[in-house]
Design a protein around this ligand. Structure first.
Ligand SMILES: Nc1ncnc2c1ncn2[C@@H]1O[C@H](COP(=O)(O)OP(=O)(O)OP(=O)(O)O)[C@@H](O)[C@H]1O
Ligand SMILES: [Mg+2]
Length: 490
């Protein structure tokens, strides 16, 4: 084939990469993802103002990199996004370290130590622009090295300076200390939110020596928070976990608790789906066009978890700050969202009886419910489950009847109900006493067995039916005569 090698021009490409849409929060979070992937337990972040000529330093105690690994890490596009990543790994595109750093400043220096050996590299965009070549510096400038110091044990230091984007360095618009520290405070809040699950599980982040405190958007420890039952759905055959939460009515908080629970965007804007990828929040407070954000529904926050093997389905972006909902998941999410928005509305409007309401609501969110009458108790499926209601709406009468019978079979056969019924004295049931459901099931099962094998022996059919949970107590001859009375002729 006739080809001509065409190298991308270094200066314009690298300049364009600075504009892929990070803000300070998402950039720092993307760099911390790398520390998590390197099994770090502690990350220290330093923001130094120095009248705009400061730096951002991120130091982790992860496994570090060998010289060769660091060389690859500093390459733009160091890994193919299509390759399968390790379980739990947060990286995907082989870009984050570079693109996140360049969105903050013009110089990225990395010092790392692996198996006791230190390595270093530096990208200086001024130097790249000057020569218009992809020239990576093998040594970090001396003055930076003095600021970084050495590494006592394995780990990595990412140092970003010439912060033209973060502080307005080298321009007429250098930011004032107040806005600098305001920005730092926003970064802090953001990290406390997106890494809250990690921070709760042995991962520590310090920002200018202050310990980050995990912020749980679901207030799951609050006694008045309603936690709906977790649903597992499959999207493209991969598991996605959904756990809905309805937060307490505003009257359950004092002023500072209320403010703290609101989150970075405020109560109304924090409602919606919270999408986690490998336990790291990537997208939050968004209904993805399914609903509007009205005040009545502001108590709903729905947690969704997916794994890195589903990245393509959710179209995760380089910045790990946006996704799009797969078509396959939309129906379920809409049904769940609709239901919990209603719950929120009820709480907002009728807060007078929160306890009673909570009990009632909690029960009706589960797939199984305990049913009690005077004599005994058993578990029944919750027929008001939002997903079931959606399904029942979409199918015709015959299918609905079949589905209902099947759900009955599941109820009768549930291990819990079998244990309960074993302790009860069984009374023989006559066919005329049978409820309509059981009659229908006998017909359905007999017919489906015949449709598989039209020479099937009637005693075999009777045996099969009398083995079904809930049918053991029916007299065999009753079942037989019922089938013989022309059940099989439709
Ligand atoms: N703090 C760190 N400790 C150890 N290795 C690191 C660290 N930061 C980066 N690396 C290595 O450098 C590589 C490139 O990092 P980079 O963030 O650019 O891409 P990525 O994490 O692979 O993917 P993504 O673009 O999705 O973040 C990583 O895959 C990892 O091997
Ligand atoms: Mg990364």
């Amino acid at each position: 084939m006739d080809t001509i090698l065409t190298r991308p021009s270094a200066a314009p490409v690298i300049q364009s990469l600075r504009n892929i849409g990070y803000n300070a929060q998402t950039a720092i979070a993307d760099i911390i993802d790398n520390s998590l992937d390197a099994n770090a337990t502690d990350v220290h972040i330093t923001f130094e103002y120095n009248s705009g000529n400061g730096y951002i330093l991120i130091h982790d105690n992860g496994i570090g990199m060998t010289d060769e690994e660091l060389q690859v890490a500093m390459t733009i596009g160091s890994k193919d996004p299509r390759i399968e990543r390790k379980e739990r790994e947060l990286g995907r595109f082989g870009m984050g370290l570079k693109t996140a750093a360049f969105s903050l400043g013009k110089r990225l220096s990395v010092v790392t130590k692996s198996q006791g050996i230190m390595s270093e590299r530096c990208w200086d965009l001024d130097f790249v622009s000057e020569n218009n070549e992809w020239e990576l510096l093998k040594q970090i400038p001396k003055d930076i090295k003095e600021k970084i110091g050495g590494l006592e044990s394995n780990g990595t230091i990412v140092f970003i300076d010439k912060l033209d984007r973060f502080t307005g360095y080298d321009s007429k618009k250098v930011i004032q200390p107040r806005s600098f520290y305001g920005k730092v405070a926003r970064v802090r809040k953001y990290l406390e939110m997106v890494f809250h699950l990690k921070l709760q599980n042995g991962f520590n982040i310090y920002l200018n020596d202050n310990f980050l405190i995990p912020w749980d958007p679901f207030l799951s420890e609050h006694p008045k928070t309603i936690e709906g039952e977790t649903q597992v759905i499959r999207v493209n055959r991969k598991r996605v976990k959904i756990t809905p939460y309805v937060l307490p009515h505003p009257s359950a908080f004092n002023e500072s608790e209320y403010k703290d629970a609101s989150g970075p965007k405020g109560w109304r804007d924090q409602q919606g789906f919270y999408i986690y990828r490998e336990g790291r929040l990537v997208n939050f407070g968004d209904w993805f066009g399914m609903f509007t954000k009205d005040n009545y529904s502001e108590l709903v926050r729905i947690k969704i978890d997916f794994n890195n093997n589903s990245d393509e389905d959710w179209k995760i972006d380089i910045k790990k700050s946006s996704i799009s909902i797969p078509e396959d998941a939309k129906g379920n999410l809409k049904a769940i969202g609709k239901y919990y928005r209603q719950v929120s509305k009820e709480i907002m409007l009728y807060r007078a009886k929160p306890n009673k309401k909570k009990d009632r609501l909690k029960g009706s969110l589960h797939t199984w419910e305990l049913y009690n009458d005077e004599a005994n108790s058993s578990y029944v499926l919750n027929r008001n489950h939002p997903i079931l209601i959606e399904i029942l709406k979409e199918i015709n009468d015959i299918t609905r009847k079949k589905l209902n019978s099947y759900l009955k079979l599941i109820e009768w056969g549930s291990p819990n109900n079998l244990l309960i019924s074993e302790s009860m004295v069984k009374k023989e049931e006559e066919i005329q006493e049978l409820d309509e459901n059981k009659r229908f099931i006998i017909i359905e099962v007999a017919n489906s067995l015949v449709s598989i094998n039209d020479e099937i022996d009637i005693d075999f059919i009777v045996d099969s039916i009398s083995l079904i949970a809930g049918f053991e107590s029916i007299n065999r001859s009753t079942i037989k005569s019922f089938i013989e009375k022309g059940v099989l002729v439709r």
